[in-house]
Design a protein around this ligand. Structure first.
Ligand code: 9G3
Length: 567
């Protein structure tokens, strides 16, 4: 592609609205342009990268035995009412009526549509298993779309759904998709990890998230270097502490602590370390109020608490609710004397002579001992893991890192097939609900994550498999006939060899061209400068500092070999 013909509006200045590097660089490199909040145009350079990711996904999904379909963006309300999700989601589900006043929504995901498609055609176990996927636009009306393609309202997802006669076969397909996702992200040239994850609202018991490792990622990954255990922070298990403090229990006492509320204030006022505090949080749930306890230096993990309580929803109680349960304002809550269900994290079990709120304004108890001074209804792991915690699976230590979720695979079970009567006759002629799985990849988000992981102060550094072009030809001065002639020759030689070239034939200062080449991140650059007189050109990789001077005749061969070799 000749730069003078290319619709490739690069920008020198940093766009103010961009808060993360990938958003900033995708705007500056002329890859995307905003149409509305969370809604973007993909310009030629951006679309080329997106298509690279889609091609890799398609090839690997097809190799894995999945079949591509295309479902509509516009979904009739009826099937979301059948699954019970029409009333479960709020404004995030964009709903509208057609000219006949019939209700529809823009598809945020397609479990209902695919289950409806399959239930109409599949009656026998002989027709299973099936794995159907699409690469399609989704719409989720996020309150605050941010970070460009990373968290858009309209985005492109590969979503796959599998249907099985048995749980066992669904497990097999889950493994198959796990391995397929591993191949997809390896082929994208990304550093990633798969972590155990929560299943959230869509139900099912088990899921894995595929995270592109990046310091600017929003998701926290907990991993053990010894045994390879890894989970997202919401899910990461904590090993219960060994043995108690061993000191003698003392008599509980109420002490006056005027206006002393937070863990820091209480531990400072009473001269005790946070490890000795029993932090008491009041929650509301669909099963009524719950008191959750955790050691003072730790934090409650609401996803774990929700799972332990098997409740539909959970929310921190507001001041009024706290007063209702404890009789005191927030900051003085404690488990002693409460008639509400008490759930405690294992970290509380080793506290001896602890400190907690006295359920009375401006008062705390000291020398509180679990078991003697209050009973716990349910013990469990309801805290967030910390850097350095003992690994729950081996004698190693946990470390925390950050990543960007680009893929998520779920065991769905029969949640949708039961709700929508997607059944089949098994070999004994018994009617059973199909067992399902679902598997998503954020295509645009994968592009953005690749930039978050691969950039420097000058711009993007594309992993070769995702690069929009493989080689950037940079004549230092297009007015110089020999530079122009050599550039054209190399351009033709590479193009004839199937190498994709961006040829900067602009009549621009060399500095402008070098900056652009670094900004848009093409993996290889050929500089055609004053050395053409000696029959030489300079070849340089975007991710390395040193360049090499080669004979013009060798340039094409070297580059074809590098691009095909994938280095
Ligand atoms: C909604 C809205 C937002 C949503 C959902 C439904 C996320 C919703 C979870 C999934 C699960 C999997 C198939 C591909 C992989 C992910 N956000 N999810 O169900 F109505 Cl507004 O989408 N679906």
């Amino acid at each position: 592609m000749r730069r003078t013909r290319a619709f490739l509006p690069t920008m020198k200045e940093d766009p103010s609205e961009a808060e993360v590097i990938s958003h900033r660089l995708m705007l500056r490199a002329g890859m995307i342009r905003k149409v509305a909040a969370g809604i973007y145009n993909l310009l030629p350079l951006g679309l080329k990268v997106l298509r690279r990711v889609e091609t890799i996904i398609r090839e690997e999904m097809n190799r894995a035995g999945a079949q591509e379909v295309l479902m509509p963006l516009v979904i009739p309300a009826e099937m979301w009412k059948e699954s019970g999700r029409w009333d479960l989601y709020g404004k995030e589900l964009l709903r509208f009526k057609d000219r006949h006043d019939r209700e529809f929504c823009l598809g945020p995901t397609h479990e209902e549509v695919i289950t409806d498609m399959v239930r109409r055609e599949v009656r026998s176990y002989r027709q299973l298993p099936l794995n159907l996927y699409q690469i399609q636009i989704k719409f989720r009306d996020e309150i605050r779309p941010r970070f460009g393609l990373m968290r858009g309202r309209e985005f492109i997802m590969k979503d796959a759904y599998s249907f099985h006669a048995t749980e066992r076969d669904a497990e097999r397909e889950y493994e198959n998709m796990y391995n397929t996702y591993t191949r997809i992200f390896e082929r994208c040239g990304l550093r990633f990890t798969a972590v155990e994850a929560e299943t959230g609202a869509i139900g099912g018991r088990f899921s894995h998230e595929f995270m592109v490792l990046a310091e600017t990622g929003e998701d926290v990954i907990v991993s053990c270097g010894t045994c390879g255990y890894s989970a997202n922070l919401e899910r990461a298990e904590c090993r219960p502490p060994e043995g108690g403090a061993g000191e003698k229990e003392k008599a509980m006492e109420k002490v006056h602590t005027p206006g002393v509320k937070s863990v820091e204030e209480v531990s400072r006022f009473l001269g005790v370390s946070p490890e000795r505090l029993i932090k008491t949080m009041i929650y509301e749930t669909d099963k009524g109020p719950v008191v959750a306890l955790v050691r003072g230096d730790l934090e409650i993990n609401e996803a774990k608490l929700k799972r332990l309580l098997h409740c539909e929803w959970i929310a921190l109680a507001d001041e009024e609710k706290v007063r209702g349960v404890t009789g005191a304002p927030p900051g003085f809550a404690g488990p002693v004397g409460l008639e509400v269900r008490i759930v405690a994290d294992h970290s509380v079990s080793t506290i001896v002579n602890g400190v907690t709120g006295a359920n009375e304004e401006d008062y705390h108890y000291i020398n509180v001992n679990p078991g003697r001074d209050f009973a716990v209804d349910t013990w469990g792991d309801i805290r967030f893991a910390l850097e350095g915690d003992p690994c729950p699976r081996c004698d190693g230590r946990l470390s925390l890192s950050r990543g960007i979720e680009v893929g998520h695979i779920f065991k769905l079970g029969t949640k949708y097939s039961e709700a929508m009567r997607a059944t089949f006759l098994d070999e004994k002629g018994v009617e059973r609900p199909m067992v399902m799985g679902c598997y998503g990849i954020g295509v645009g988000r994968t592009v953005a994550a690749a930039i978050e992981q691969n950039h420097d102060e000058k711009g993007i550094i594309w992993p070769l498999p995702l690069a929009p072009y493989h080689v950037y030809i940079l004549p230092v001065n297009v007015k110089d006939a020999s530079m122009r002639e050599v550039s054209e020759r190399i351009y033709r030689g590479l193009t004839d060899s199937g190498v994709e070239v961006l040829y900067d034939d602009r009549d621009e200062r060399a500095g402008v061209k070098f900056n652009d080449a670094d900004l848009i991140g093409i993996p290889w650059r050929v500089t055609v400068g004053s050395r053409v007189k000696e029959g030489k050109v300079e070849i340089k990789a975007r991710d390395r500092n040193e360049a090499e001077i080669v004979d013009i005749e060798e340039a094409v061969g070297r580059l074809v070999q590098r691009v095909r070799g994938g280095t």
